[in-house]
Design a protein around this ligand. Structure first.
Ligand SMILES: [Zn+2]
Length: 443
């Protein structure tokens, strides 16, 4: 069997993956901050590391997959203050939506999905250790990590000291000993969520939560830590600093993996451009499986350009794959060339090229079993096709309703009836009153 090789961001080398304990491989992946809908950029790490998990599950008897929810954060607090809703109703709502969206993309639920608010005592314990070992200090109700005390700081991201403090230099809080120092614990203003601590009532900074949750569920040393490239600095650099310095053990995560950035139609996704694509919206227009397939068409370390064209192509290909897989009469096996491609640092484009070859050869049985390792072709042709007959083009429906209202105003009853029948053929029932159509629903 092929050996699994992974690129470790720490040292930027591709090497054979050797787990600490082959009987139980541990992965931690940074999860979302739950105060709004997940966008397609949030879905990329979820899908990429889900494929890694499936490959590991094929090789090893047990994989423990941990991914957190950040449910305490200034952005969440602001959203709560603005909307007048309690923090928990916001975080519970968006955690549920996130899980439903990821399920639609075929992402397996994590074995552990800890929340920051449930892990505060563990965070406090790490901070106490850091202070006792001279790696953190208390200043004006804050606890700060003393960055110059950790000589390996910057090793993961490869950032020089100047680059590390470039962002911090503009407005350095007066209580920091060094501009690069960052917050482990901070006081809460009145009305903010607060926990008791040895340094007064307050709340944790962001970075400390992942150190606490990884240790709680995977131990002080574990195999793989994943996340988006944007988390390398400062988040992952800080996780390493905290976990290594709190216990002075050699490790924390042994392999660091980062997926590349995602753009939309060639542009950076941003609120100001108005091109933020929410998974929840995309799922109204395309099957989750097609969205997943499109995301896997590039290698995970490369930047990814999300395009409508790519999504349509993924949909067409899956229809073809399902059609071929439907012809399978005997159980299949995972194709060796396909598996070799995945073992080479999750080379999904090469693995997908092999799926095309299997489809072309009419090998539906191996095609189906192999594709399932990517989380694809889990259903059948009938279920796949049913999605498209159910899907309704809402813009087309709205346009037909406008035309029908115009026909009714002009007392053109024949045309009005014709459009009503056309809508019925699309699976749409309409409700009228004397002024026109008031609502419609799918039949
Ligand atoms: Zn994290």
């Amino acid at each position: 069997m092929a050996q699994l090789k992974l690129t470790n961001s720490m040292g930027r080398r591709k090497a054979v993956f050797e787990p600490l304990d082959p009987a139980n491989v541990g992965i931690y992946v940074c999860g979302p901050t739950v105060y709004n809908y997940a966008h397609i950029g949030n879905a990329r790490p979820a899908v990429v590391f889900d494929v890694l998990r499936r490959v590991l599950m094929h090789v090893y008897p047990k994989v423990t997959y941990v991914s957190n929810f950040t449910d305490i954060d200034d952005k969440i607090i602001n959203a709560a203050l603005e909307s007048g809703q309690p923090i928990e109703s916001i975080t519970n709502k968006f955690a549920d939506i996130y899980n439903a969206d990821m399920k639609a993309l075929g992402v397996l639920p994590p074995d552990h999905q800890p929340r920051a608010t449930e892990t505060v005592p563990e965070m406090i314990a790490i901070i106490e250790n850091l202070i006792a070992r001279g790696h953190a200090y208390v200043a004006e109700g804050h606890v700060l990590f003393d960055v110059p005390s950790f000589k390996d700081y910057g090793k993961l991201s490869g950032r020089s000291r100047d680059e590390q403090i470039a962002g911090a230099r503009v407005d350095v809080a007066p209580y920091k000993r060094d501009p690069a120092d960052y917050v482990l614990w901070k006081p809460s203003p009145p009305g903010y969520p607060t926990w008791d601590s040895p340094w007064g009532a307050g709340r944790p900074g962001w970075h400390i939560e992942c150190s606490a949750m990884a240790e709680k569920h995977l131990g002080l040393n574990f195999d793989i830590h994943g996340g988006g490239l944007d988390l390398t600095f400062p988040h992952h650099e800080n996780e390493i600093a905290q976990s290594v310095c709190a216990y002075e053990h050699a490790g924390f995560a042994r392999v660091w993996m980062h997926n590349g950035f995602l753009a939309v139609e060639g542009e950076k996704m941003s609120k100001s451009i108005g091109n933020v694509l929410l998974v929840n919206d995309l799922l109204k227009h395309a099957p989750g499986e097609a969205i997943r397939f499109a995301l896997l068409s590039s290698h995970y370390r490369q930047p990814f350009d999300w395009t409508q064209h790519g999504l349509e192509e993924a949909t067409t290909t899956l229809t073809r794959f399902y059609t071929v897989a439907d012809t399978a009469t005997a159980p299949g096996k995972v194709d060796p060339e396909f598996f070799d491609a995945l073992c080479d640092d999750l080379n999904t484009p090469l693995a997908i090229a092999r799926l095309h070859a299997l489809a072309k050869a009419g090998n539906g049985a191996d095609l189906k079993v192999s594709a399932q390792m990517l989380g694809l072709l889990g259903g059948d042709l009938k279920t796949w096709s049913a999605w498209f007959t159910k899907a309704i083009d809402t813009a087309a429906v709205d346009s037909l309703i406008t035309q029908r209202n115009a026909a009714r105003s002009a007392k053109n009853w024949a045309e009005s009836d014709r459009i009503r029948d056309q809508l019925a053929a699309l699976g749409v029932a309409i409700k009228d009153n004397k002024d026109g159509t008031t609502s419609w629903s799918a039949t």
